[in-house]
Design a protein around this ligand. Structure first.
Ligand code: NAP
Length: 385
């Protein structure tokens, strides 16, 4: 059972620093030793309130005591708030930083662009120089850079200035790629936690309650409290915490997130507009375009380039579209088909627009022109039977 599955009520712990050091002078001390070493007036109320409730059924007393000691260790020995360095202070980095500050954590920011005023308005400090950032000795280095810039950004950090056991976390939308880079570039004394909040500034603007947060504890040493406290930020916001291997994440994400972004971007090229008679389904499509179009193309490209499963999904999408067209055309009525072919012979049907000649689409690639009104010869006349 993980610590996350326990509900603690340790708020009443007010032990003096002397009693704290007595308690944890030797590792694995029993909780009772802690209690007996406390001054009498403090002991009784604390005994009653140091309750731990396991949500996964009965635990043998020995096991329970170990968990109690670990929990007390967390509460008494380590700071309750983290110092988090957000590296890559763009759209998503700032979005996360706001929640960290709101929860009372100290946020340090670093990015290639100068975001001093944005950081200031959020309540964070901005460091243009990564050396200055690392000399602040953050507990956590949180990589929020674009997927494609992750490796050069990580290489540019003077990690020798950091404390041992500093926790490295990423929030990239692909997971095997950053995991491999971390394992390749970081010395073994740094902890590694790969995460993916499955929401963004649009979908999570009102609340994170119930939204999935995927994480993989890739390498956590004996200072696991940082990782636990970092994860606590998201569980406190109400996220649905999903522990999953990076490879499994990428498999699921290619079939869900990459497809979603691809469909959103295809629809964006159609320049859909709201109508006076929008159906619920159409509203969903408009929302999808809004959600995906606000993300950078770098992000979308990263989903494709750095998830080995994405290419297969793109091919499947192509095949599915072809199959659907074939199904449709296969159902055309014979007469209708004849009429279509007749019109084609007469040269009355225009050639479909070429993708390479599409007009610019809000400065992001190209969009299809709106469908032109049908000419008279294109309107099919009803047939009398
Ligand atoms: P993004 O376009 O993926 O990344 C923008 C960030 O990358 C900015 O901080 C930018 O720094 C930095 N960057 C880009 N190229 C760089 C380079 N060559 N050198 C140094 N820094 C560079 O957009 P994003 O939405 O902010 O996403 C950030 C990360 O969060 C991505 O890895 C993404 O997969 C992940 N994520 C995003 C969402 C979302 O909904 N947006 C959700 C979950 C996870 P400057 O601004 O200083 O140029």
């Amino acid at each position: 059972m993980s610590n996350a599955n326990l509900q603690f009520n340790l708020t009443a712990v007010t032990a003096t620093s002397k009693s704290r050091s007595t308690l944890f002078s030797s590792s694995g001390d029993h909780l009772n030793r802690f209690c007996t070493c406390l001054p009498k007036p403090v002991l009784r109320p604390q005994r009653r309130r140091l309750g731990i409730r396991a949500t996964e059924g009965w635990q043998p007393p020995q096991e329970r005591n170990k968990l109690q000691v670990a929990a007390l260790n967390n509460v008494l020995h380590y700071p309750s708030k983290l110092k988090i360095a957000v590296v890559g202070f763009g759209n998503f980095g700032q979005f996360l930083a706001k929640a960290f500050v709101r929860q009372g954590h100290t946020v340090l920011a670093h990015s290639r662009t100068d975001y001093s005023s944005e950081a200031h308005s959020i309540g964070a400090s901005f460091f243009s120089d990564p050396h200055d950032l690392c000399e602040q000795h953050p507990d956590v280095i949180l990589l929020c850079t674009s997927i494609i810039s992750t490796e050069p950004v990580l290489r540019s950090l003077p990690i020798q200035r950091l404390k041992r056991n500093t926790l490295f976390v990423d929030v990239l939308s692909v997971k095997e790629f950053p995991k491999n880079i971390f394992l390749q570039l970081l010395p073994p004394h740094f902890d590694i936690l790969c995460t993916h909040p499955m929401f963004g500034p649009e979908s999570g603007k009102d609340s994170w309650n119930g939204l999935p947060f995927v994480f993989d504890k890739v390498r956590i040493g004996n200072e696991g409290w940082r990782a636990e406290k970092f994860l606590d930020i998201f569980s406190t916001e109400g996220c649905r915490m999903v522990e999953m291997k990076c490879s499994e994440h990428d498999r699921h994400a290619a079939g869900s997130q990459f497809i979603t972004h691809t469909m959103g971007r295809v629809l964006e090229k159609l320049q859909l507009e709201t109508t006076p008679i929008n159906t619920k389904g159409y509203e969903t499509l408009l929302n999808l375009v809004e959600n995906t179009a606000s993300d950078s193309f770098d992000l979308y490209y990263g989903l494709f380039m750095y998830n080995k499963n994405a290419m297969e999904q793109l091919e499947r999408l192509d095949l599915a579209f072809e199959a659907l067209k074939n199904e449709l055309f296969g159902h055309l009525h014979d007469k209708l088909r004849k009429q279509l072919f007749l019109m084609k012979r007469e040269g009355s049907m225009e050639r479909p627009p070429k993708l390479s000649k599409l007009p610019p689409n809000k400065g992001k690639g190209y969009a299809l022109p709106p469908p032109s009104p049908p000419s008279n010869s294109e309107i099919l006349q009803p047939q009398n039977h």
